[in-house]
Design a protein around this ligand. Structure first.
Ligand code: HEM
Length: 260
């Protein structure tokens, strides 16, 4: 039997996965399910791309990593753009099926947490929200213990002759990225002396800004859709989400802007 589009991409299986919990199905629940599933697929791709970037960094492959950062940045722009689609759903429409979500929330997206951990935003206590039998818990646990993109970025800097401080080389990789004054000095020199590395640093800054933009757009979407109500995940909703804003993934890249 020749391979077809549908068999290769498992289209029938894919189209069977959108199952509204409301009965009869509320019109906008289909949008809500599709958009979340699409997000999860993009998260899967981003994890795949960042795994490559880690390898590129450790191998000192500047141009390989630049190509992949460009892709990751475009995916992120798509993620932010998708919020416009979901914002066509009114608060009244969301209320027609919100109760059906019970305690389910994007807060429980394991892949989003994996992405945060992979990018260096590690928090051990996040694991408490995932029961040991949760299918994604093992992956998250592994990501916590793996070296982040930031750790591999130090490897890359070492291939460019930068002396990486001992405290960073031997650091506990389950902890979040911390700003470092010596790394900041090195980044300032690289910006001045190695424009090719400067291209990489700008792409990393773009991605970081894009993640902050996604968080901001998500909070505004939450505010316009549920106001100041609690989240289905049990948090204070928009009030909690506002505490996650304006926190960079790569603090060293932001700390030096006034020195460039
Ligand atoms: C009407 C649409 C949406 C509403 C009202 C909404 C609401 C919320 C609320 C209230 C929270 C805080 C946790 C809680 O108590 O539940 C949250 C967290 C979160 N949501 Fe959404 N959300 C929406 C759409 C989305 C979409 C499309 C995604 C994409 C995957 C998403 C991903 C997340 C993530 C990753 C978090 C955790 C953020 C963090 O802890 O930093 N949400 N959402």
């Amino acid at each position: 039997m020749p391979l077809t589009y549908s068999r290769y991409l498992k289209i029938e299986e894919l189209l069977a996965l959108q199952q509204p919990a409301s009965s009869p199905p509320e019109h906008d629940e289909t949008l809500f399910i599709v958009i979340h599933q699409v997000y999860e697929l993009w998260f899967k791709l981003l994890l795949h791309e960042f795994d490559k970037i880690r390898r590129d960094f450790s191998a000192g492959d500047l141009w390989g990593s630049i190509a992949t950062w460009k892709r990751a940045r475009m995916v992120l722009k798509t993620l932010v753009g998708q919020i416009d689609v979901l914002e066509t759903m009114t608060p009244m429409s969301f209320l027609t099926f919100r109760d059906r979500l019970e305690s389910a929330s994007g807060f429980q997206s394991t892949q989003f947490r994996e992405l945060e951990f992979l990018l260096g935003h590690k928090r051990l206590q996040i694991l408490d929200y995932y029961p040991p039998d949760d299918p994604g818990r093992g992956r998250l646990d592994r990501r916590l213990r793996e070296r982040s993109v930031q750790d591999h970025f130090y490897d890359f800097l070492a291939t460019r002759g930068i002396a990486i401080p001992a405290a960073l080389r031997g650091r506990d990789v389950t902890l979040a990225t911390e700003p470092n004054a010596e790394i900041q000095d090195a980044l300032v020199s690289l910006y001045r002396q190695s424009p090719d590395v400067g291209v990489l640093l700008e792409l990393m800054t773009d991605f970081d800004e894009g993640m902050q933009e996604w968080r901001y757009r998500h909070v505004k979407m939450v505010e316009r859709t549920i106001g100041n109500k609690q989240g289905t995940g049990g948090s204070l909703g928009a009030e909690y989400l506002r505490t996650t804003l304006f926190k960079p993934l790569f603090p060293d890249l932001w700390a030096i802007r006034n020195r460039l």
